[in-house]
Design a protein around this ligand. Structure first.
Ligand code: ZN
Length: 149
């Protein structure tokens, strides 16, 4: 999952996206808090591998620009909490709580949505309202996918 997420420059990936029916997500975000992917400094990152995660507190809702590896080429604005607390089990079996803001908070909500069968098009009024881009991986230029770091 981590290699797939990194290969496609994703911030996170949920197991059902690669056909694995488990409540498991991976998220990699900059260590420094940032509000969106374009502000992110990817020099130092934290990698989270979370089993059965859930959001237990959510505050400060705002519109956030968002894409999804399952909907390549589409972006939209989605209302998300800018501050959340998530609860999960880590890879050693320990229950943990993760206070998060900005991009990490957004990624936690997005990936946990996947575990509940919710895609970003379900958070707006359908895929017709999403903006279509032409990312390089859709135009047979796979060698030109920019390295994230
Ligand atoms: Zn997604």
């Amino acid at each position: 999952m981590v290699s797939t997420m990194r290969k496609y420059n994703g911030v996170g990936l949920a197991a059902p996206q690669i056909g694995v029916n488990l409540r498991l997500i991976v998220i990699e975000t900059p260590l420094e808090s940032c509000n969106n992917n374009s502000d992110a400094n990817w020099e130092e990152t934290q990698l989270l591998k979370l089993i059965n995660p859930s959001i237990i507190e959510a505050n400060s809702f705002e519109e956030m620009r968002e894409g999804c590896l399952s909907l390549p080429g589409f972006i939209t604005n989605v209302e998300r909490a800018n501050a959340v607390t998530a609860r999960a089990t880590d890879m050693s079996g320990t229950q943990i709580q993760i206070p998060a803001t900005g991009l990490l908070a957004q990624a936690l909500q997005h990936e946990i949505d996947h575990l509940d069968g919710i895609l970003i098009q379900d958070r707006i009024d359908g895929i017709v309202n999403m903006t279509k881009l032409d990312p390089p991986w859709l135009t047979n230029k796979t060698s030109e996918i920019p390295e994230r770091r």
